[in-house]
Write a protein that binds this ligand. Structure first.
Ligand code: BGC
Length: 439
């Protein structure tokens, strides 16, 4: 019997993670320090041992392998590799090499992020991404990774969500360094984009090894967070104007930059950034898309983003809106590149909404593929419940839930993990998954 929704051949199926959220025990970055400040993380949580993935990585990869995944997204923590300026920790390099070898041994294609929100403490102390010198330091780290790991890695993600990092850390001020300076936020986005450009070129120069044998040694992109924005009151010119403006800055301007080479960012109350960046033009081999939710935009409120009235919301209050994945992927057509969904998921401790949302999201993804977008993979956020930044342990995104109250940190399989496993194994969706998920 043919599948109801077959997916393209060689489609990448897997889960996504980031180092600081799962590994545990690393004190060398800005997040570790930030977490020690009282009141900054929900319930006073600290990442601590997180999921102890640093030591248990292979057991976790075994879960993914047994579930029919063929890819896995992880990030390499700069602060572990270079805990102090110009001091390279050989043991950390060897450890990441062992992780990548373990992925290959389990037939999981590594998708490697080189910057996922955290900075080595010595970088943060020197001004983080506000400081233009950070770009060259990052490039040096990327070159090292490309040389050392290029034989094992083809899929690279240079920088994760520059705009989310900048707005949370420099505009809202809820992530380190905890500033509220919108002009600084725009500078940080511009510098991260320049860091992306340098990383993109460095990866192509240093990594000549085609690890997966598909004829390409490097597929490099960055992860862009895309949020569906709609005016709260369609009749209100103010809501419409705000929606239009936020969509232009948050969703479009940041991804246009690595296509055109031009960084053009402007928000009220901030100095505009408008510059060409050398090497930025045409610096995407694929578009990495992170999609979670839709917001209704209402002008004149202190927080203009609200979930649609009566809509299902996840544990963090974000609307569960699977159709948005299709819309987001279709919006990527403008860039004429292959797309990989690098993150998509639901914070849902009891796995109540996730099974249906997961299957529906994949049905919508398939519709976007049928409409002609070359989507190469889908990486679910996340394999495990993990440290959800300022939401601490409140945002439970795992296909496997983790009991953080138990020192053994047991992993428990969810119904979503089971559904996803079936879909990954058969490379598509069948009637049974639609029925089981109530989709
Ligand atoms: C980030 C992840 C985060 C997820 C859920 C994304 O913006 O890349 O690190 O856990 O959203 O909030």
């Amino acid at each position: 019997m043919p599948l109801v929704h077959p997916f393209p051949d060689r489609f990448l199926w897997g889960a996504a993670t980031s180092a600081h959220q799962v590994e545990g025990g690393n004190r060398a970055n800005d997040w570790w320090r930030f977490e020690q400040r009282p009141g900054v993380i929900a319930d006073g949580a600290r990442s601590g041992d997180a999921c102890a993935h640093w030591t248990r990585y292979d057991d976790d990869y075994a879960l993914a392998q047994a579930d029919g995944h063929n890819a896995f997204r992880l990030s390499i923590e700069w602060s572990r590799i270079e805990p102090e300026r110009d001091h390279i920790d050989e043991a950390a390099l060897a450890h990441y090499e062992a992780m990548l070898l373990a992925l290959r041994a389990r037939k999981l294609e590594p998708v490697v992020t080189l910057h996922h929100f955290t900075n080595p403490w010595w970088i943060a102390e020197a001004g983080g991404w506000e400081n233009h010198d950070t770009i060259a330091r990052f490039e040096k780290f990327v070159r090292l990774c490309a040389r050392r790991f290029g034989g094992l890695v083809d899929w690279w993600c240079t920088v994760n969500e520059p705009e989310v990092l900048a707005f949370r850390a420099y505009s809202q001020g809820i992530w380190p360094p905890g500033r509220q300076d919108r002009s600084a936020a725009l500078v940080v986005i511009a510098h991260l984009l320049e860091g992306h450009a340098r990383a993109y070129r460095a990866l192509h120069e240093e990594d000549r090894a085609d690890a997966d044998g598909d004829g390409r040694a490097v597929m490099a992109g960055m992860a862009k967070h895309h949020v569906i924005l709609e005016p709260m009151r369609g009749w209100s010119p103010l809501d419409r104007a705000l929606q239009h403006f936020e969509d232009a800055v948050f969703n479009r301007a940041v991804l246009r930059a690595p296509v055109t080479g031009h960084v053009a960012l402007s928000i009220p109350g901030a100095r505009t950034v408008d510059r060409r960046v050398m090497g930025l033009r045409d610096s995407l081999d694929y578009v990495g898309l992170n999609y979670y939710t839709r917001w209704k935009v209402a002008a004149g409120r202190s927080d203009p983003h609200v979930a649609a009235a009566g809509a299902p919301v996840n544990d963090l209050g974000w609307e569960v809106y699977p159709a948005g994945l299709e819309q987001a992927v279709l919006a990527m057509r403008e860039f004429a590149k292959p797309v990989v969904v690098l993150e998509n998921g639901v914070a849902d401790k009891n796995d109540r909404l996730r099974p249906r949302a997961l299957v529906q999201s994949l049905v919508h993804l398939k519709k976007a593929i049928d409409a002609g977008v070359p989507v190469r993979g889908y990486l679910h956020w996340s394999l495990l419940d993990n440290f959800e930044w300022s939401d601490g342990w409140r945002g439970r995104f795992g296909l496997y839930s983790v009991d953080f109250g138990d020192p053994k940190l047991p992993r428990t399989r969810t119904k979503s993990a089971d559904l996803f496993a079936r879909i990954a194994r058969q490379n598509g969706i069948d009637r049974k998954e639609l029925t089981d998920a109530g989709a």
